[in-house]
Design a protein around this ligand. Structure first.
Ligand code: ATP
Ligand code: MG
Length: 203
């Protein structure tokens, strides 16, 4: 490329960047509101819970008070638990064992209700800045927890409290209520090729 051509390209690039910066600055100036967010991470791809836990770690790193409630049946502790509990994060886990072992729906509902009671306390607690409800979406799909009750509790929570909800097939009303929603799409997953769940990566 001749010097003249490259000067022209540089000038064009600079102009484009300046215009982009102006637009971004305008949007930053406009975004002045400050309040607790409702964030939903849904979809079939891998990365929903890790994203939720990543945000909890980010918040703790800034000195915020965080809580985690896991609506999971498995009794294996995930790697995040020991790390975050040691950092002062409150942890509640449903951990009923798998239904195909217990085949006991009533027991599952009772376990879901028990952690939901704890979740409601958190949603009234001004001292909790950010809470992750991991895999909550399934409790609504199975109707183990009442959707309207969840919506009311989310709406009435402390104004500055952030809530993250993860899980596949999030109910439309929760998506409508949320401020930020991401759908993680699966392009491929190691499990499809017979690779088993890996410690530190999958749990
Ligand atoms: P992660 O906890 O890794 O962020 P996730 O929360 O997005 O995953 P879940 O549906 O909660 O996904 O499933 C948890 C487990 O299932 C993890 O071990 C994860 O690797 C695995 N998994 C997630 N998505 C898929 C998929 N599309 N195919 C197969 N296995 C998956
Ligand atoms: Mg998950």
């Amino acid at each position: 490329m001749t010097d003249k051509n490259s000067d022209k390209k540089n000038a064009q690039h600079k102009k484009r960047m300046q215009s982009l910066k102006e637009k971004v600055d305008q949007r930053i100036d406009k975004a002045q509101e400050e309040r607790g967010l409702l964030i939903v991470i849904t979809g079939n791809g891998k990365g929903k819970s890790t994203s939720g836990f990543g945000t909890i770690a980010r918040a703790v790193g800034h000195g915020l008070n965080a809580a985690v409630v896991q609506y999971i049946k498995g009794t294996w502790a995930c790697g995040e638990r020991s790390l975050l509990e040691n950092a002062g994060v409150s942890f509640d886990v449903m951990a009923t064992g798998f239904t195909w072992n217990t085949q006991d729906k009533e027991k599952d509902i009772a376990a879901a209700q028990k952690v939901w009671q704890r979740s409601k306390e958190i949603l009234k607690d001004n001292n909790i800045d950010v809470v992750l409800f991991d895999e909550l979406t399934y409790m609504l799909s199975y109707k183990y927890i009442d959707l309207d009750e969840v919506i009311q509790a989310l709406k009435n929570r402390p104004i500055n409290q952030h809530v993250i909800i993860t899980g596949r097939a999030c109910h439309r009303s929760i998506i409508d209520l949320a401020d930020t929603v991401s759908e993680v799409q699966s392009v491929k997953h190691a499990f499809d090729n017979g690779i088993k769940a890996q410690k530190g990566i999958d749990w």
